[in-house]
Design a binder for this molecule. Structure first.
Ligand code: COA
Length: 186
């Protein structure tokens, strides 16, 4: 498979993605309370209001929410970083770092996280020129590990004691392929 080289940018401009039963759109400031609520219910890692709004100000196209029945039920937020490739030795690249993703329990296993990830990776490539995506995940988080495996991520290293409670993380990464950019286009 080819990796993204910057073609087709115009036809790939971000627009709301409407899939069966839910819509993926970019975050708005008025979504903040609900996103914080989802984060608090779903994850042990919490953030300040400043942290959310700073990510939104800097990388608005990769801060996305999933709307079902007129209510936000999931979100993803990412940071675009310039640094060494996680997959290819000594290559400087632009990376999409998934900072947080969560879907409310009652809405899981409907493909919402998959859609959030694919859309965020696509926007990261089209809007910010990212060619690789990476994240950290608790070694015990089976659902998330399965999700990322299914999306083609591979473990790149184990980070000992990464989380506040001492648990290790797997760092996982994958290239962003040109094929990814066309997925879900209406
Ligand atoms: N058990 C086994 N596999 C699972 C799973 C589970 N509970 N949840 C997801 N998967 C795997 C499956 O392969 C699934 O495909 P399938 O349903 O066709 O079998 C695939 O991931 C895609 O699932 P999807 O429906 O897109 O994910 P989701 O919307 O249910 O959200 C999480 C997945 C991980 C985001 C969600 O469980 C969640 O919010 N967990 C709490 C927060 C969290 O752990 N975030 C990740 C931090 S790194």
């Amino acid at each position: 498979m080819k990796t993204f080289k910057g073609s087709n940018r115009e036809c790939l401009k971000a627009s709301p993605l409407i899939l069966e039963g839910f819509e993926i759109r970019t975050f708005r400031r008025e979504d903040l309370d609900r996103v914080i609520e989802i984060n608090t219910r779903c994850l042990p890692e919490h953030y300040s209001t400043f942290f959310y709004l700073d990510l939104y100000d800097r990388f608005p196209k990769t801060f996305l929410v999933a709307v079902v029945d007129n209510e936000i039920q999931g979100y993803i937020m990412c940071r675009i970083e310039r640094g060494l490739s996680k997959l290819r030795a000594l290559r400087l690249t632009r990376l999409c770092h998934v900072v947080s993703i969560a879907v409310m329990e009652a809405y899981r296993r409907r493909g919402i996280a998959t859609a959030l990830m694919l859309r965020a990776m696509r926007n990261a490539a089209v809007e910010y020129g990212a060619t690789e995506c990476f994240l950290e995940v608790r070694v015990s988080n089976e659902p998330a590990l399965r999700l990322y495996n299914k999306l083609g991520f591979r473990k790149t290293r184990r980070i000992v004691g990464y989380y506040m409670d001492g648990e290790d993380a797997w760092e996982m990464a994958r290239p962003i392929f040109e094929e990814d950019l066309m997925k879900g286009l209406k």
